[in-house]
Ligand binder design. Structure first.
Ligand code: NAD
Ligand code: MG
Length: 374
C-alpha cells in the first residue's frame, strides 16, 4: 500500500480519537497514512491534536493561533482544499450530512462512521458515490461486520442478516422503572465507550433502530431481511444467514479501533494489536423482544414510508436526546416526542440533499419549540 493522505472530521470525538489510534498502530512498522487535516467543533484536545499531528489544514469553531496549519471555517472547504485519499467522517449528528457529501466529492475513499447521513439520505449518498467513483466503507461495527460477512457473496443468496445490540445501560431494568432513569444511569454503557448521544441511543435502542435503517439503505436489503438480536457482551456483531442453510457470524472484541483500521486498510487487514483469543463464553445470543423497545418498532415503521419519515425519526430523536441530557425531560419522553413527530408529518419524498438538510432543520426547530417548556 502506498502512503495515503487522510482527513478526519470529528477528530476529538470517540471515533475520531480511535481513528488517530488506529493510524498510529498501523503506521508503527511502515508509514501508511499521513493525516493532512482535522476538524472538530470544540474541545481542548483539539489544540493538542494540532500540535501532535501537524496537519496542513484544520477546521474549528474559531481561528487558533500557535499553529502553522491553514484554517477553514467550514469542514467542507477543508476537505475540498486538501483532496485527501481517505476522509473519515466521524462527526456526530445530522449536520454531518454536508461533510459526507463533500467527502464523497473530494476523496477516493470515505470511511463513514456517521450513521445519520445514511438514515437521512442513503440513496442519494450511494448515487453520489457511484457518480464520483468513491468507495464508502462502513465504520459502524455491525455494518463493518456485515460488509465483511458478504465479501465474495451474492446478495440473492442471503436470506437474512442479523445485527446485534448490547441492550444498553437499562437492559436489565423493568420497563415501568425506566421513566425514573437519570442521565448518569443511562450514560453507563456496559461494553462500549462512546459519545453521549450514541450512548443514550443505545439505552433507548434508537441506535439499533438507526442501524436497521442504515443497513437497509447501505446494503439494499429489504427491511424484513434485517433482524436484530441481543449480544450482552457485544462480542458477536452481526450474522448472515444464507439460503443454503449456512450461517456466518462475525465476532471480536468491542473495540472500534478494529473496524476503523479495517475501513482504512481494506481489503487488507494491517492492524496488529496483540494476540487474538477466542472468548468462547461470549459467543451466545438472546432473542430481541421488539415490544420492549418502541424505538425499534418505530424504525421498521418509518422504513415503510418515504424519507420524510426517516429524517423525522432521526431529527426528533436528536432533539429529544439533547433535552434529556439537559435534564428537561424524562427518559421515556424520548419515545413520546419521536412518535408524535413521526405521526404529525406527511409521508413525502424529499429529493435533493439541500432539501433534506432544510427539512431536517425544520423538524428539529418544530420539535424544539413544541417541547422546550414542557
Ligand atoms: P462524539 O460526540 O464523541 O464526537 C463527535 C465529534 O464530532 C467531536 O470531535 C465534535 O467536535 C465533532 N463535531 C460535531 N459537530 C461538528 C461540526 N459541526 N463541525 C465539526 N466537527 C463537529 O461522537 P462519537 O461517539 O465519536 O460518534 C460520531 C459518529 O459516529 C456519530 O454519528 C455516531 O453515531 C457514529 N458512531 C459512533 C460509534 C462509537 O463507538 N462512538 C460507533 C458507531 C458509530
Ligand atoms: Mg453500531
Amino acid at each position: 500500500m502506498n502512503l495515503k493522505t487522510v482527513v478526519i472530521i470529528g477528530s476529538t470525538g470517540s471515533i475520531g480519537r480511535q481513528t488517530i489510534e488506529a493510524i498510529e498502530k498501523t503506521n508503527a512498522n511502515v508509514r501508511l497514512f499521513e493525516i493532512t487535516g482535522i476538524a472538530a467543533n470544540r474541545s481542548d484536545l483539539f489544540m493538542q491534536q494540532l500540535k501532535q499531528i501537524r496537519p496542513k489544514g484544520y477546521s474549528f469553531g474559531k481561528v487558533l493561533t500557535d499553529t502553522d496549519a491553514r484554517y477553514y471555517a467550514d469542514p467542507c472547504h477543508l476537505i475540498e482544499a486538501l483532496q485527501p485519499d481517505i476522509c473519515v467522517v466521524a462527526s456526530s449528528g445530522s449536520q454531518t450530512l454536508r461533510f459526507t457529501v463533500a467527502a464523497l466529492k473530494h476523496s477516493s475513499r470515505v470511511c463513514l462512521a456517521n450513521k445519520e447521513s445514511l438514515v437521512m439520505a442513503g440513496s442519494l449518498i450511494k448515487k453520489i458515490a457511484r457518480e464520483q467513483n468513491t468507495m464508502i466503507i462502513p465504520v459502524d461495527s455491525e455494518h463493518s461486520s456485515v460488509f465483511q460477512l458478504i465479501q465474495g457473496e451474492r446478495l440473492e443468496d442471503i436470506d437474512k442478516i442479523y445485527i446485534t445490540a448490547s441492550g444498553g445501560a437499562l437492559r436489565d431494568w423493568p420497563v415501568e422503572k425506566q421513566k425514573e432513569a437519570t442521565v448518569e444511569d443511562v450514560l453507563k454503557h456496559p461494553n462500549w465507550d462512546m459519545g453521549q448521544k450514541i450512548t443514550v441511543d443505545s439505552a433507548t435502542l434508537f441506535n439499533k433502530g438507526l442501524e436497521v435503517i442504515e443497513a437497509v439503505e447501505f446494503f439494499g436489503f429489504d427491511k424484513e431481511r434485517v433482524k436484530t438480536a441481543l449480544s450482552y457482551s457485544s462480542y458477536i456483531h452481526a450474522l448472515a444467514l444464507f439460503k443454503d442453510g449456512s450461517i456466518k457470524l462475525h465476532a471480536g472484541k468491542p473495540n472500534m479501533v478494529i473496524p476503523i483500521a479495517y475501513s482504512l486498510t481494506y481489503p487488507e487487514r494491517l492492524l496488529r494489536d496483540g494476540d487474538v483469543e477466542l472468548e468462547m463464553n461470549k459467543l451466545n445470543l438472546r432473542p430481541m423482544d421488539v415490544s420492549r423497545y418502541p424505538a425499534l418498532e418505530m424504525a421498521y415503521g418509518v422504513l415503510e414510508g418515504y424519507n420524510s419519515k426517516r429524517i423525522t425519526y432521526n431529527a426528533s430523536n436528536e432533539v429529544a436526546v439533547q433535552l434529556f441530557l439537559e435534564r428537561k425531560i424524562a427518559f421515556t419522553d424520548i419515545f413520546k416526542i419521536v412518535r408524535e413527530a413521526i405521526n404529525q408529518i406527511d409521508n413525502e419524498k424529499i429529493e435533493s440533499i439541500d432539501d433534506i438538510i432544510e427539512y431536517n432543520e425544520h423538524v428539529k426547530k418544530n420539535t424544539k419549540e413544541k417541547w422546550r417548556g414542557y
